[in-house]
Design a protein around this ligand. Sequence first.
Ligand SMILES: C[S@@+](CC[C@H](N)C(=O)[O-])C[C@H]1O[C@@H](n2cnc3c(N)ncnc32)[C@H](O)[C@@H]1O
Length: 190
Amino acid sequence: MRDVPYQRPAELDAILADAARADFAMSCEDRTGSLLATLAASKPNGRFLELGTGVGAGAAWLTAGMTADARLVTVEADEAVQAIARRHLGSDPRIEFVHADADDWLTQETGVFDFAYVDCRPGKYLRLPDLLALLRPGALYVVDDMLPQATWPEDHQPRVNGFLERLPDVPNWRATPMNWASGLVVAARI
Ligand SMILES: C[S@@+](CC[C@H](N)C(=O)[O-])C[C@H]1O[C@@H](n2cnc3c(N)ncnc32)[C@H](O)[C@@H]1O
């Protein structure tokens, strides 16, 4: 069995080429993206959230799975990085790009979401309860990069270990750690 995605978003190669030119090495890998697209397809008309847009690879995968009436809010602190995503995906009316620190954004946001792909520290290692408060019952939560990554700072492993250890004790939450791709957790809000 080859766990290679059957389909890739049309914009992905151009996004990844721009990422390489910008020396941005944190885009999600294809297997993770394919899973994001599949899970996104399970939420027709869903409200999606991504924390950490990067250059838009994750958003390209999510929108590839989303229905025409679904919506994605994607939050990024680095305007220059997010500009690459806007350039490639900005014509998709389903996407709202937010330039903000996700930490601040989480203190103010009151929306309700069916899906969260959390790809920066807030909503994962920080402010997890604030993120969970935005998810309706049945909502899915996905994080990647649970396995060591070349881009990690030296002090990062204990943060990941602590997150994985706390997961079983999070109330109203059903999580599965996956030793696959870059290391994922897929969870559902109960
Ligand atoms: C792993 S990359 C995102 C990759 C993208 N989600 C994908 O799947 O291709 C993490 C991104 O989070 C951004 N980031 C880091 N801290 C943040 C914060 N506090 N608020 C918003 N964005 C943040 C970084 O600038 C970086 O672009």
